[in-house]
Design a protein around this ligand. Sequence first.
Ligand SMILES: [Zn+2]
Length: 256
Amino acid sequence: MARLEIQQIPVLNDNFIYLAREPKSGAVAVIDPALAAPVLERAAQLGWRITYILNTHHHADHVGGNLEIKAATDCTVVGPGHDPDRIPGMDIQVKDGDSFDLGGARAEVLFVPGHTRGHIAYWFKDSAALFCGDTLFSIGCGRLFEGTPRQMWASLERLRALPAETQIYCAHEYTESNIRFALSVDPGNAALQRRAAEVKSLRAAGRYSVPSLMGDECAANPFLRADAPELAAAVGMKGCDPAEVFAEVRRRKDVF
Ligand SMILES: [Zn+2]
């Protein structure tokens, strides 16, 4: 299977849009275009012809460029069939367990509700690439705008079960503020301390902290550790249901 070539485009305050190209067929997908102009400009510079838009969820900073890119390129818009009415220009609806072929690169669609009720992620297994929108961030997770803590915990449990070498292409550079919060609830976690030092030096050098590796996130991200006894104890919930521990950690982040 062909491995994707991936470009990362920073836009707005802290969003990332991704371009992914399958080199044998030349098929190119834009993932979560907040805006059109920076995407069209980057594709033109690279000589890449956009054939698809892949949306993870309906928020404006993920679909804002859909219609303009579609008009400019005649691409096909793929999005969550769990949320059929809120994706501008959607042509193909995909649901949990479906696959999507970007040329010779196959993505598995994972339904990961919580941030929104229809949120999906695209996992390109052979490229070890996960496009997860606003569900999982480096050392964080999305806010629960439309879902319950239990739904989000179940979604994160699915994502953390992916291979450790999976690169997490999330949609925001939130890592530094996520780390400040994470250290407040999990201060003794050596993996988190290592990640904090790594991100500090990356950001000081003007580099992104995204993508990150699933294996590192499983060890350091408190939102993936709601079933770790030491985290439950740190929030005063020793022995509690992990979904309830997750809810408490998320609540604390909301007011941090
Ligand atoms: Zn969002």
